[in-house]
Design a protein around this ligand. Sequence first.
Ligand code: NAD
Ligand code: DAU
Length: 338
Amino acid sequence: MKLLVTGGAGFIGSNFIRYMLGKYPDYEIINFDKLTYAGNLDNLADAESNPNYHFIKKDIADSKAVEGILSDGVNAIVNFAAETHVDRSLMNASEFILTNVLGTQVLLGAALKYGIEKFIQISTDEVYGSLDSEGYFTEDTPLAPNSPYSASKASADMLALSYHKSFGLPVTITRCSNNYGPYQFPEKLIPLFIANAMEDKPLPIYGDGKYIRDWIYVEDHCRAVDLVLHKGRDGEIYNIGGGNERENLWITEFILDYFHKPKSLITYVKDRPGHDRRYAIDATKIKAELEFEPAVDLETGLEKTIQWYENNRPWWEKIRTGEYIEYYEKQYLQREKI
Ligand code: NAD
Ligand code: DAU
């Protein structure tokens, strides 16, 4: 099997490549990544000596580059490449449209032209919008994205399904809840708060902190994608969830308690515009059809994650310089306290 993984230098993509190289030693894996601010070759430094692993620095919206690779004989594509941070999409959405919408369409078109046998579109539960305190997202929940990020991901889903319906491209979509674990860029809630707690910096909570996410350990997500790649049905959507709904304040206090740091580090700041109140996944379909269940409980996964950030301080300290600081100053330091 020759597998093209796009966005493989990011958080989930790099964990997925490591997982697949370990599980399928005879698979050839090409990591196709533009190396945006979120792409980091350090994430896969341990794979560089593996003769079945290849890296190529290219943009998924560059049709020549994509066709160049596919014409060489690729069996399957797993498309992780995306602009992924909601806050950044609220500051400037254009890169989100170029990569998440146009880039996905370029990949779909090339996949059709070169007869790719399987195309996995990695989507997100955010395409369903927001829930109140009751109910769950099923695969049939109507799409109602609220941020430019989630709107761009919903558009990509629609395009992917249209390539299946119109042209018979063997597309399957996964929609996962919030991932956490090693190698997550420290702008997302958990790694940002771990790094800030370690450096005695404020932990900026948006709004009242009672927003709810369903957390899944990244390796569980990777295992689910592997199952969908090998056993998922074409034209179908599979929700993936951790079954771990928690308020942001619960996560924050867990991190502070781990480090024995004071709650006074919590700083309430102005809310994210259009902030989705609650995400919760109904994962009945993937459990029934593919026998997938997450294996890592939240407390164990969080401890493993915190320990990883403790043991890999140079990894995130290198990131938290230059452009990151500029972004951080715009995002948090200038955010109104409430
Ligand atoms: P990430 O931001 O850590 O990594 C994204 C990667 O994509 C980076 O390596 C970046 O360089 C690459 N990339 C961006 N634009 C590109 C382009 N035009 N061409 C090639 N590569 C490009 O993201 P992540 O958190 O690992 O998310 C991966 C995928 O999973 C995304 O599609 C995201 O929507 C989806 N997802 C993420 C989560 C989550 O909790 N992080 C949950 C559900 C779904
Ligand atoms: O649900 C899946 C999605 O999860 C993915 O599709 C996205 O790519 C990924 O970024 C993530 O989106 P969220 O917006 O849920 O993740 P984020 O880590 O940005 O925020 C999680 C929650 O924490 C959310 O309610 C906003 C809040 N938050 C976040 C940050 C960064 C804060 O209160 N303070 C912060 O500083």
